[in-house]
Design a protein. Structure first.
Length: 117
């Protein structure tokens, strides 16, 4: 489902965060300066990091990822997400490139990481 306001990628393309009936897609960091969100484009999910005033504001963190949340209690800005290709939960520092391999966190198809809306 498409609704809400689009977010612009660095190439000028506009994307809409996926609307989920059960989970919040846009998750703000504890300092409210960054957010993580996922989109569905051309048959795949993509996890992005949005930074207020960033250049660019929206950066691809991981292809094939969704259901993300911040992993608190770490020394870096880290997110946890579900990988569609491996059907497992991974974590990744948001400063990593989109091509960097995420770290396996939980080898199961699902873990309850987000509160229901």
């Amino acid at each position: 489902e498409i609704s809400g306001n689009p977010v612009t990628k660095s190439n000028g393309e506009k994307i809409f965060p996926v609307v989920s009936q059960y989970f919040r897609n846009i998750r703000w960091s504890s300092d409210s300066q960054k957010a993580i969100l996922w989109s569905y484009e051309n048959g795949s999910y993509f996890l992005y990091v949005y930074t207020i005033g960033g250049t660019p504001e929206l950066i691809l963190l991981q292809a094939g990822a969704r259901y993300a949340d911040w992993l608190y209690g770490t020394s870096t800005d880290t997110v946890v997400f579900r990988s569609e290709s491996s059907n497992a939960m991974y974590k990744k520092d948001i400063s990593a490139t989109s091509g960097a391999e995420p770290i396996l966190l939980y080898n199961a198809p699902w873990a309850q990481i987000q509160p229901r809306q």
